[in-house]
Design a protein around this ligand. Sequence first.
Ligand code: ADP
Length: 190
Amino acid sequence: MINIVLFGKPGAGKGTQAEFLKEKYNLTHLSTGDIFRYNMKNNTALGLEAKVYIDRGDLVPDSITIGMLQDEVDRNPHSAGFLFDGFPRTLTQADALDQFLASKGQGITATIALEADDEILVKRLLERGKTSGRVDDQDEEKIRNRYQEYNEKTAPLMDYYKNQDKFYAVNGIGTIAEITERLSNVIENL
Ligand code: ADP
């Protein structure tokens, strides 16, 4: 069983790469962003609660996000492994995930970061906002706020996983196929 955390700033390409990696390695892809958007679209209680934060470009509180993620893992008891995309995003989430997986006799195998420069990413998100319909992609101020959230709350996770000897980084600039290849190289050498 391998459990991979895909790590990177907003717009780094986690979702795009996850689509390829889940097929290639038979992993269950769990994107907290996608799960939140599904709930918002269907006006569930969870969606309505999360929307306030997401539309501002703020992180959704840990108390909401952690329970949601755990429910999704529990919904896939026969999975051959998980590809976590957009989770964990805070140290509290990372600790909760480690404890939760340990309670099932499992753990994170590796965290792989897609690296790219902020200015390139902001341009990518504004471009995506033209077609994605995502409120948080359409306004540069909200995008900048997401980077601030990332720098304050998510960036410390790099040291968290480095201390566990589980952190890998690949260059996130290139063609989609090139980047899949870089990620595959890491996964196959684990
Ligand atoms: P991106 O990586 O492009 O910002 P996501 O689809 O991963 O997009 O996430 C969209 C939004 O959903 C985030 O800005 C945040 O508000 C919320 N979100 C997603 N995952 C988490 C998480 N693990 N913790 C808190 N909020 C989250």
